[in-house]
Design a protein around this ligand. Structure first.
Ligand SMILES: [Zn+2]
Length: 76
């Protein structure tokens, strides 16, 4: 009972918190890869949406206007 537990050689290092989701992350940068992708996609999609709004694509004249559309429901 008089024995003491040995002291740990390394002090526990505080886990890095992901700046996006707030959970602990084991990656080098401290950010989850999926959170990093979501963060990058957010800015990329916003930039793309702004570009499309500035120059809206012209409707395709060669697009087929006839044909069966199964999504259309009759009645009701
Ligand atoms: Zn995260």
């Amino acid at each position: 009972m008089s024995e003491k537990k040995p002291e740990p050689l390394q002090r526990p290092v505080a886990q890095k918190k992901c700046p996006v989701c707030g959970h602990s992350s084991y990656s080098i940068d401290g950010i989850h890869p999926q959170c990093h992708r979501a963060q990058a996609d957010k800015t990329r999609l916003a930039k793309h949406a702004a570009e499309v709004r500035a120059n809206p694509p012209e409707p395709d004249a060669s697009a087929k206007k006839t044909g069966f559309n199964g999504a259309i429901r009759f009645g009701t």
